[in-house]
Design a binder for this molecule. Structure first.
Ligand code: HEC
Length: 116
């Protein structure tokens, strides 16, 4: 009796950890969302020209509250894909990051911009 109780407990534990593991791996392969903490590191190269914690303009406009703005400086609505295009294309003093950052870096920096 004691032994079967042990087995039941052990298998319940095994099932629970298996389910947890499966859920975790599904999450990392499905999700395209970037990692804001890593994005903050990427942003160090943007912070030469952009403030993130004050509304003051540097060389470029402050990116504080970017995703709460209605429009980008180019007149397009602030969506993830328009911001990504902006980062890729640059222009008017903003460098083009199409080849300078990996897709993952861009995902991460966009995730960070959303927290501002
Ligand atoms: C050499 C200076 C410089 C650097 C470095 C720079 N930017 Fe910019 N950025 C600008 C300028 C200038 C503008 C305004 C362009 C315009 O008016 O068309 C701008 C505009 C933007 C905008 C649009 C803001 C708005 O309110 O519409 C975004 C988003 C942006 N930059 C993101 C970034 C990111 C992310 C990085 C780093 C990967 C970065 N920038 C690096 C100069 C820079």
């Amino acid at each position: 009796m004691k032994r079967s109780l042990y087995l039941a407990t052990a298998s319940a534990f095994f099932c629970a950890s298996f389910a947890f593991g499966a859920q975790n791996s599904a999450k990392s392969s499905d999700s395209k969302a970037g990692d804001a903490a890593k994005g903050k590191e990427v942003f160090e190269q943007c912070s030469v020209c952009h403030n993130a914690d004050s509304p003051d303009k540097k060389i470029g406009p402050s990116l504080m509250g970017l995703f709460k703005q209605k429009k980008l400086v180019n007149g397009k609505p602030v969506t993830e894909s328009n911001v990504r295009d902006f980062i890729n294309n640059g222009g008017n003093g903003m460098p083009s990051y199409a080849d300078m950052l990996s897709k993952e870096d861009k995902d991460n920096v966009i995730a960070y911009l959303k927290t501002l």
